[in-house]
Design a protein around this ligand. Structure first.
Ligand code: DOR
Ligand code: ZN
Length: 348
């Protein structure tokens, strides 16, 4: 379904190859967010990433297989029999090459590197990017032709510059391990966009709907738009959006990250970080690409570039999006009174 804002003279139907979502948080079994999120995602995507920052985090092959089974079970129960979770393991300071090799053998396409305490469930994350053990993790990733997926932020810096402050770390890593495949996740900063573009074919970025639309001013006013990396200036939004709408190494990863209303709207502490894009993401993307005259780039961005970059086959089959008026609800009852606010931002 497509949001019906100013729909005159715009196509009624759009057919696309079944899409991929290269960055997503499903949450976990036992959590009220888990089953509804799996259903929202599996309904729209043939494949979607399952980020492992759950509790406990996905650090081993065994945990990853368990998580894969949980997601598949719920997807099947919702009727999505062929949905494919795209699995990764999280790096910790104690990750060994053997742990990583086992995870890659079990089907992980990469290792996710989160800075310690940068965001939700990241206490296990990385602190020292020069640690020889960490560099070994990256070398194994390189040797096995998998991807190092970076949450590229330096949490010690003010949030407006956290992502650009990570560029020297990436430069050092590229110098030491030039043939490592790197994905900068949920890219948010014009300087990082430029850095990725300048690196050549082994470096890519995923792009979220919100980092293509939401500025820091907007997020300051609305906890439901707050996420990590924190939204930035309009100039950054333009840079991210322009790359998404034109560059072969920028592709879709929604970073759908649900938090229930009490966690988002609490006043005694900072709101939980993450934007719940799952119910609205495809209509929002169509609107955004359409508004900027780049509907022709949508299929590449959403369905093709990620598969090309990761070297996996394109999905078979198509989805059809039909333009219909839709009043997106302000609040969704996920189940049994667990309320959540879906993303629904009009593009600039
Ligand atoms: O805003 C975010 N939320 N950024 C992340 O990196 C994690 C995510 C979450 O899991 O809630
Ligand atoms: Zn994420």
């Amino acid at each position: 379904m497509i949001l019906d804002r100013d729909s005159v003279q715009k196509p009624i139907r759009i057919r696309l190859r079944r899409p991929d979502n290269w960055h997503n948080h499903f949450r976990q079994k036992g959590d009220p967010r888990f089953a509804p999120t799996v259903a929202y995602i599996a309904r729209q995507f043939a494949r979607a990433n399952a980020m492992g920052n759950i509790d406990p985090p996905i650090l081993t092959a065994t945990q990853m297989i368990g998580y894969w089974n949980d997601i598949r079970e719920v997807a099947k129960a919702a009727g999505f029999l062929d949905f494919k979770p795209l699995m990764v393991v999280m790096a910790s300071p104690n990750t060994t090459p053997a742990m990583l090799t086992a995870a890659f053998s079990a089907g992980a396409y990469g290792v996710k590197i989160m800075p310690a305490n940068a965001t939700t469930n990241s206490a296990h994350g990385i602190i020292d990017y020069k640690d020889p053990k960490f560099l070994d993790v990256l070398r194994v990733t390189r040797d096995q032709r998998r991807t190092a997926l970076f949450h590229a932020e330096l949490p010690s810096r003010p949030r407006a510059v956290r992502e650009r402050a990570f560029i020297p770390i990436l430069d050092q890593i590229r110098k030491k391990i030039p043939d490592l495949k790197i994905c900068v996740e949920h890219i948010s900063d014009a300087q990082m966009v430029e850095w990725v573009i300048n690196q050549g074919d082994l470096v890519c970025a995923t792009v979220t709907p919100h980092h293509m639309s939401v500025t820091s001013d907007m997020a300051d006013q609305d906890p439901h738009l707050q996420c990590m990396p924190y939204p930035k200036s309009l100039q950054d939004v333009f840079a991210v959006r322009t790359a998404a709408m034109s560059h072969p190494r920028f592709f879709y990863g929604s970073d759908n990250a649900s938090h229930l209303r009490p966690a988002k709207e609490r006043t005694d502490a900072s709101p939980a970080s993450g934007v719940f894009t799952a119910p609205t993401e495809l209509p929002v993307l169509v609107e955004l690409f359409e508004a900027h005259g780049h509907l022709d780039q949508l299929e590449e961005f959403l369905c093709e570039r990620g598969a090309h970059w990761h070297g996996v086959p394109l999905n078979q089959g198509e989805i059809e999006l039909v333009r219909n008026p839709w009043d997106v609800p302000d609040v969704i009852d996920l189940c049994n009174g667990h309320e959540i606010v879906p993303y629904n931002t009009i593009p600039h």
